[in-house]
Design a protein around this ligand. Structure first.
Ligand SMILES: [Mn+2]
Length: 573
C-alpha cells in the first residue's frame, strides 16, 4: 500500500479548510447565529399548553439512537412543563418497521399525537389520526414525499421539519438564518429550550441531543457544533439522565466522552436492543430514562450485554456473507448482493456496511420475510443508491415491494422470485466495479516530537466527524516504549495498543499487519491524533490507519552500529 500526500497544504488550518470545504474559520470561531427553525416557537407553546392542561400525549419515535433520544428529550420537556399523562410509543422494528403506522393510531384513543424522527412521510397514518380527532404534531428531519415534483405534506396540525420550510416550498423567504441539518433530538432540544429555558431538565436534553447528533451522522457544522459542545459540557458536569450517566460511567472515562466514544461505544449500546428485539427500542428508551441509580446501572448492564449479542450476530453474519460472496461472485461486481435468511433484520445494515468497506463496492444484504427479501443497502464511493434505485424502479417496478432512503444508504424489499431480475437491473443502472485503491492518503507529515504541539492546535477545531473530517498525519520513526514488559497490548478483534514516549497509539484491525511487518519496535504510521480519557485524565493517542516497519535508517552511535553489524553478520552466517 502506497502512502501519498493529499493536497498541497502545509499546516493544520489549511488542511482542515480544504477537507471541510472551506469551514476552518467557522470551526475556530464560536457560531453565535440564532438559527430560525420554522414553527419551533409555535410548537413549543402548543406543547407547553397541552402539558399544562395535562392532555394525554403519545410520542411516537424511532428505534435508533436519534429516535430514542428525541422521544426521551420530549418526554422530559413535557414532564417539566407539568404533563403526567404521557406515553412513549417506539415502533417495533421487525413487526411494524419504521415510522408512524396506522396500527399505532388504532392504539391512541384521544388527545395529542407527537411524532419525533418520523411522521413527515406518514400521510395515510396522519390522515387516519386526524379523522379520529387527534391533534397531530410532527417534529422530523426527514425528507417529505414528492409526487411529480410536488411536495406532499401530511395533514398535521403543526409541522417542524427544516426540509419543508416556506423557503424550500417557495412560499416566500422566511426571515433569519436557516440551518437544515439538525437531527430529531437536536430539534427537540431547540424546541425544549423555548419550553423550559434554564432548567436542569434542558441540560439533560442537551446531552441526549449531542449524542444523537453524532450517532445520526449529522454534519458537525453550525448549530450542530453548538449542540454538541453544550451537550458535552453538561455530560462532563454530570447533567444527564441517570440512564446515560450509568452508560457513560461504565466506560470508566471519568465522565469525558469523545466523538469516537459516542460513535463506537454509546450509540451501539443504545441501538443494540432495537436491532436484536422487536420491542427493543422501548427497552433502550427505559434504560436511557432511568433516574434511580440502581435500576439505571442494571439497565446499562443489560444494554451492554445485548450489544455483545449484537456484535456476535454481526460477526457470524459477516462470515456467512463472505462465504456467500466467494461462492457466487468470481469477479468484482457492483453492487454486491447477498441473500442470507439467517441474518436478522436489525443486522443487515451493519453487514452491508462491512461488505461495502471490505469489497469497495455498493452492497445490498437481504434477509427473508414471507415471500419477499427485505434488505439494507450501503453505497460505495461515488455511488448514489437513491438515484440508482429510482432508475431501476423506472425500468421495472414489478420487482419492488418497497424501497426508500438516500444517497449513502437505503432499504429495499423485493419479491423473492424477482431476485435474478433485481440483480441484473442493479448491475445495469450502477457504475461498473472499481478496483480497490492501492494508495492511502495523508494530509501532513510530522515527527513524533511534534505530536503534542499538533494535538493542541487540533483542539481548536473539535468536534471532528461528519462535515469536519480528521486530519491524517504521517509520522515517521514512531518508537515504542515498553509499558511494564510489553511494547504492545492485544485488544481482541485483531486490534492492538502500542505505548510510545508521551503518546500511545491504537490500531483497530491491524494486529495481523503488525505481525506481518515482523513486530517492529519502530514504525512509520499514518493516522489521526486525539485524546482518550481514563478516569477523568486525558491521554494523547494516535489512531493508526496504516503502519509499516520504519523505512528510514536511523543514525546509530559508533558502538551500536558495530554491534548491529556484528549481529547482522552472525545472523547471516
Ligand atoms: Mn434521525
Amino acid at each position: 500500500m502506497e502512502w501519498k500526500k493529499n493536497g498541497t497544504y502545509t499546516n493544520i488550518h489549511d488542511a482542515i479548510d480544504s477537507k471541510s470545504g472551506g469551514r476552518a474559520d467557522e470551526f475556530i470561531n464560536p457560531d453565535e447565529t440564532v438559527y430560525r427553525i420554522q414553527n419551533a416557537e409555535k410548537m413549543a407553546s402548543v406543547l407547553k399548553r397541552f402539558a399544562m392542561l395535562n392532555e394525554p400525549i403519545t410520542i411516537v419515535g424511532d428505534y435508533d439512537v436519534d429516535g430514542v433520544h428525541a422521544t426521551a428529550g420530549l418526554y422530559l420537556a413535557l414532564t417539566e412543563c407539568g404533563a403526567s399523562n404521557i406515553r412513549a410509543r417506539l415502533p417495533r422494528r421487525m413487526s411494524e418497521g419504521f415510522g408512524l403506522k396506522e396500527t399505532i393510531i388504532d392504539e391512541v384513543p384521544s388527545g395529542v399525537l407527537v411524532t419525533v424522527d418520523n411522521g413527515i412521510a406518514a400521510i395515510p397514518a396522519v390522515k387516519k389520526a386526524k379523522e379520529k380527532g387527534l391533534t397531530v404534531l410532527i417534529i422530523d428531519h426527514h425528507m417529505p414525499v414528492m409526487e411529480n415534483g410536488q411536495v406532499i405534506l401530511p395533514p398535521a396540525d403543526l409541522i417542524v421539519d427544516p426540509n419543508v420550510d416556506d423557503e424550500l416550498l417557495c412560499k416566500g423567504t422566511p426571515s433569519g438564518s436557516i440551518f437544515r441539518s439538525y437531527c430529531a433530538a437536536g430539534l427537540v432540544y431547540r424546541i425544549a429550550g423555548m419550553m423550559t429555558p434554564g432548567t436542569e431538565t434542558l441540560s439533560k436534553i442537551s446531552a441526549l441531543a449531542a449524542i444523537a447528533t453524532v450517532a445520526d451522522v449529522m454534519p458537525l457544522i453550525r448549530d450542530n457544533r453548538n449542540i454538541y459542545k453544550e451537550g458535552l459540557r453538561n455530560i462532563r458536569r454530570g447533567y444527564m439522565t441517570g440512564g446515560l450517566k450509568a452508560i457513560i460511567s461504565q466506560m470508566q472515562t471519568g465522565g469525558y466522552v469523545t466523538e469516537r466514544d459516542i460513535g463506537f461505544r454509546i450509540a451501539p449500546m443504545v441501538n443494540a436492543p432495537g436491532r436484536v428485539y422487536d420491542d427493543g427500542a422501548t427497552r433502550a428508551f427505559h434504560a436511557v430514562m432511568c433516574e434511580n441509580d440502581a435500576t439505571a446501572f442494571a439497565a446499562a448492564e443489560e444494554l451492554k450485554s445485548i450489544n455483545e449479542d449484537r456484535k456476535q450476530m454481526k460477526k457470524e453474519a459477516q462470515e456467512r456473507a463472505n462465504k456467500l460472496i466467494a461462492e457466487s461472485y468470481n469477479s468484482p461486481a457492483n453492487p454486491i448482493i447477498v441473500v442470507d435468511p439467517e441474518t436478522a433484520e436489525g443486522i443487515v445494515g451493519l453487514v452491508a456496511g462491512y461488505i461495502q468497506e471490505k469489497y469497495n463496492a455498493s452492497s445490498i444484504v437481504f434477509t427473508e420475510k414471507g415471500d419477499t427479501y427485505k434488505g439494507s443497502a450501503r453505497a460505495g464511493e461515488d455511488d448514489n443508491l437513491k438515484a440508482s434505485l429510482d432508475k431501476a424502479h423506472d425500468i421495472n417496478p414489478s420487482v419492488f415491494v418497497a424501497y426508500g432512503g438516500h444517497k449513502g444508504a437505503a432499504g429495499v424489499t423485493i419479491y423473492k422470485d424477482k431476485l435474478k431480475e433485481f440483480r441484473e437491473l442493479m448491475e445495469q443502472v450502477m457504475a461498473p466495479p472499481k478496483p480497490k485503491s492501492e494508495e492511502m492518503q495523508y494530509d501532513l507529515e510530522i515527527t513524533p516530537a511534534e505530536i503534542q504541539k499538533n494535538l493542541e492546535e487540533l483542539e481548536g477545531y473539535v468536534p471532528f466527524g461528519e462535515g469536519n473530517p480528521k486530519v491524517v498525519f504521517k509520522i515517521r520513526n514512531f518508537k515504542l516504549v515498553p509499558k511494564g514488559s510489553a511494547f504492545y497490548q492485544e485488544l481482541g478483534d485483531d486490534s492492538v495498543r502500542f505505548s510510545g514516549a508521551g503518546c500511545d497509539a491504537i490500531a483497530f484491525s491491524l494486529l495481523d499487519k503488525y505481525y506481518a511487518e515482523g513486530c517492529p519496535k519502530e514504525m512509520d504510521l499514518i493516522g489521526t491524533l486525539g485524546y482518550y480519557y481514563m478516569r477523568g485524565k486525558a491521554y494523547p493517542e494516535i489512531e493508526i490507519i496504516d503502519l509499516k516497519k520504519s523505512q528510514t535508517v536511523v543514525k546509530k552511535t559508533a558502538l551500536n552500529s558495530n554491534i548491529a553489524s556484528l549481529l547482522a553478520k552472525n545472523n547471516f552466517l
